[in-house]
Write a protein that binds this ligand. Sequence first.
Ligand SMILES: O=C(O)CCC(=O)C(=O)O
Length: 205
Amino acid sequence: MEIAPGAFHLKGYLPIERQRAFVGSCRALIEGEVPGYVPVVRGGGKMHVRMLCLGRHWNGKTYRYEPIRSDYDQREVPPLPSAFRDLACEIAASAGMTLDADLCILNYYDADGRMGLHQDKDESERSLAAGVPVVSVSLGDTARFLFGGVRRREPVEALLLESGDAFVFGGPARLRYHGVTRIVSGTAPPELGLSGRFNLTLRQY
Ligand SMILES: O=C(O)CCC(=O)C(=O)O
């Protein structure tokens, strides 16, 4: 469903077996050798998600990408798994767009997780100018997602992102504000054995 020019909500995109496989990968990564962590952003506030960047690290202090987690533990960012890259390419194509993802921001939201309204604008000028899409994949508990305009003050639409949904925003929608106001706890499909929500945003720097 196209909810605005360049923005598509692909409900129920991933069947449960594929969701299970990606949840397994997300768990292993976020609890892995280079684990997820709660970023502290440049104003000094803690984010309300546990984050792990893959392929390139997004530094919450500088709002820039880098190969080393210099705002946290100086570790090298883990690579982007090819299955994540392929998934991004496949979903973008379903929305009529092209994405050769080289990074993913993997977020875990617990029952109190949320993310303020923001733009994804730290990728390269070239990628942003071309409107290369961001592909978002939701797994686990439902999220109340806000999608606004290209200015903060513009009206926002609220929609529910459920487990298995994909959301794509590119072209004229690439710089639209978005955020997550709340997690609807206990709504994850029981087959996933997951409490909380994983969200992957796949991007091309
Ligand atoms: O969790 C979501 O659905 C949105 C995540 C997001 O906005 C981001 O990672 O920039």
